[in-house]
Design a protein around this ligand. Sequence first.
Ligand code: ADP
Ligand code: MG
Length: 717
Amino acid sequence: MTLDTPIGELYGVGPKYEQYFNKNGIFTVNDLLYYFPRAYQNRKDVYKIDTPVFDNMPHSYVLTVASEPKVAMIRRGMNILKFRAFDDSGSITVTYFNQNYLKDVFRTGATFRFWGRIVKEKRTLSLNSPSYEPCVREEELPPFVSIYPLFQGVTQKYISKLVSQIRPCISTLIKEYIPSDIRYKYHLCALPFALENIHFPESDEALHAAIKRLTFDELFIFALSLSQMKTVSSSKLAPRMNDGDASPLVDMLPYELTDAQKKVISDICGDMCSTNAVSDADFSMFTRPMNRIIVGDVGSGKTVCAAVAAYIACKNGYQCALMVPTEILAFQHYDSLFPMFNSLGLKCELLTGSTPKKEKNQILSRLKSGDTDFVIGTHALIQTGVEFKNLGLVITDEQHRFGVMQRAKLAEKSASAHVLVMSATPIPRTLSLMIYGDLDISLIDTMPPGRKKVNTYSVDSSYRSRLNAFIRKQVENKNQVYIVCPSVEEKKENDLDTPDYNPFIIDIKDDTPPLKAAVDYAKELKENIFPDLTVEFLHGKMKCKEKDEIMMHFANGEIDILVSTTVIEVGVNVPNATLMIVENAERFGLSQLHQLRGRVGRGKDQSFCVLVSDARSPKSMERLQIMHTTYDGYTIAEKDLQMRGPGDFFSSSDSIRQSGELGFNIAKSCNDNILLHNAFECAREILKDDRSLSKPEHELLRKKVSELCNLNAQTIS
Ligand code: ADP
Ligand code: MG
């Protein structure tokens, strides 16, 4: 067996199962090894039958079978198998459904370690369908059982059997790629140990060491890849714009630019019109490509900066493409930018997934011939078949919806273009230097004048009827309301798969009010509370087209109340919406709440944000309190980082959604700021002496880095 051995060659994996794995990105032994558990059951802490259990979670019980299992038919097709079992604190009934063969497993007098929830039914205690392991000597049983993320066709048992097959080979197959001095310096365990213990933890300490090491690796390799990308992009050339005068466009604006916007625009012009010598050849036509991100809070006015950049590219005879994550955002940008460009004599077009085929072909040919100066669109813009005559500038909006490395790839597609990205996600300074390490950053830190702040309150669900009255009042004033819920549909209860021990999740257990679900809640409101109003729902599992339609109706004022998951957070502008209600506010990151709040307060009317939460832990309350007093996205982001750790930024939907493309698997749950810092620090140190990772001791590391870069290249196409 090698790391490249196809998964199909493992014992027990037929062609059908191989397909299931392949579909989920697992092709080789190595892929399986890096398919980490999502949680662990702590089975080493054995409870007694009479131990009081308050958490309604499954636990371990070591019990001896007291009576021969009896099978009874309760109805057609439903058998029940029962027996008594005991420990030194009492006895209990153990039951299984439709598993008659277990009769031969549970021999009287034999001892097992069970894992399940004890329930009380009519004064008898019973354990229903617990997992079990034969137990001769308790200490020989594994202390933890890993819970893997499942996908179609596989069960927990199946995956762990397969991982067990490769376990004995881990120490011979896995080669350490982090030099030992670094491992000592940052207290990192060896890679084979980490991989073994992430799947089969031998103790709490070993598990945490494994998590730390594997998290470090992801962050570290990501940090190295970023700088690699920067090296590549700075070696390229982009057209130099000779005419940097944006005043014809700026003069048309109905408002004065803020100082922050002026600064950003001068950064942009500085990049694109730079006369910096590129090399010794005569490159009067070229310069180093701009590689800049505009970071500014929602509503800070990034669009007009992008428009200026586009205008400069176009007036110098180059084409510009502006890519946005959703169709509706594309429409909105087109509506606001088309008139300006049109009156400046520049041809501006819109290309999205729903552009009719015939029209699309015409647009494509105009892009190719160079007739079109400026195209605004969705992902449709980077599909094959889209060719430009002389693309000089590529802009992406709401950067966090695209992959970090997608951007690089997009720039690559257009052999020599400037790149400008915009992001409304306030990312703490420390993180943004890391995440956007390959970009120059322009910050818009002031808002256009005259913005009203969104009054923010938090309430618990005892305010429900007052809240509903408030909703009604907004609608009577001809305004619109957003209600955001944390989940799409009601979760099924009693999922035995729920682990009791999850080192990745820290503070949820003591504080989990039931979740409001968008679809169900919309139905309830529609049928019982606001039958006379238009209530619709929106969530990420809907088809793009449906989502865009709903959003369009909302933007046109045809929907009064929009119940939604966080999909609405992307920069759509509905000035008429004045109330944002966030249900289960305890579930959202602070930055995410800030982002959501930015959906309202865009028009002339006073707007409100109500955070509904029944969570009562001091930590939850403190978090919500921050939202009442803080309106600056950066301050909020910094506090979020302090309180929740970087994992929140990597994994939660509010920020850096590309965590998958970052190569983050385990690191997306990282809550350790120091580890993050160390990983980037360490990357810097290594690159200082060995920019291209060409020293022999860095060979394996270089391979890892290029794997990540290639992986990202593939996800683009
Ligand atoms: P975002 O940064 O979230 O993309 P937008 O660019 O959509 O923000 O701008 C939000 C709103 O503010 C728009 O309606 C825009 O016309 C307006 N705006 C932008 N700059 C200014 C300014 N300097 N003064 C007044 N209004 C402005
Ligand atoms: Mg915007």
